[in-house]
Design a protein around this ligand. Sequence first.
Ligand code: KG4
Ligand code: ZN
Length: 334
Amino acid sequence: MLILGIDTSCDETSVSVIDGKNNILSSIVSSQIDLHKRFGGVVPEIASRKHVEIIDSIFHEAIDKANISKENIDAIAVTYGPGLIGSVLVGLCFAKGLSLSLNKPLIGINHVEAHAMSIFLEKDIEFPFISLIISGGHTCILLMEKPCNYRVIGSTRDDAAGEALDKIAKFLGLGYPGGPIIEKLSQKGNADYVLFPRPMADEDNLDFSFSGLKTAFINWAKRHKISDGNIHHVLASFQEAIFDSLFGKLMKASKRYNINRIVVAGGVASNSMLRTFFNEKAKANNIELFFPSPINCTDNAAMIAVTGYFYYKNGFLSPIDLKGFSRMVIKATP
Ligand code: KG4
Ligand code: ZN
């Protein structure tokens, strides 16, 4: 079953072809990082213009690499939100054009759900499971009840985890995106150097807050000098405060719903230090923990295609007048 996936929700133009689950025939991701770097973050207008420029060639590259003819595609899965609306619309309109011209079904996919489902590109796991999505735009916990059916059980009240890392890197003038830069600098650091707060850790809910943690970091940096001598330790401490907050709420979710199968995905989940931290704690707490490979954690269209595979198999198709959304309530069964 050949499913085409398209994702243009942020600053990556991505098209993929999969043949059922666990079989990626092609996954092309064209990053715009170099265009946005000098602004310290993604500029929405630049992002959508670039998507328009290259989507057609990325599509052809994905088809060629998969070694298929476009007429053989069974369905077209595309992100219809959440994301930068101008960017989302480029992929969505392109997908609608393909759907009409090839006479193949269109399937609108929620980008956040797709992060949770990205594990099926590599492994079959059983439902129900809990998924923590940690990216630049989102930080939430989903209860994945069965295919195409899930609930949001926790989310950030302000910044996403990746956003907090990106903003601190920008504050320190380290570059963009901040997550991988901070990971690299933290490798040699002592995470016990500063005890940053774990916001909302004591509250009996599954929500997060990272804005206060960011302020705590900035206040610390103003009171103490950050130098070449301590930057590794301070950043390692900041990272660990984020990891600890995330894992704490994940444990609460696991206990509340009595589910110990957990998938952690999204750009921040590609962090090797986070993986070590989570793996050690999961072992101690009898948690079955799954991470997609780093390349499937950051934005990609293969995860859109594999989510589309489940929707197609269950007969959940989208109308051709499907609208795009910048923000979306992550809904259950269509
Ligand atoms: O999932 P993603 O590619 O796009 C969104 O949907 O947001 O995630 C991008 C985010 C950025 O905030 C970036 O700094 C973060 O993921 N990120 C990382 C790492 N690689 C990307 N954060 C921590 N460590 C990394 N290695
Ligand atoms: Zn994403």
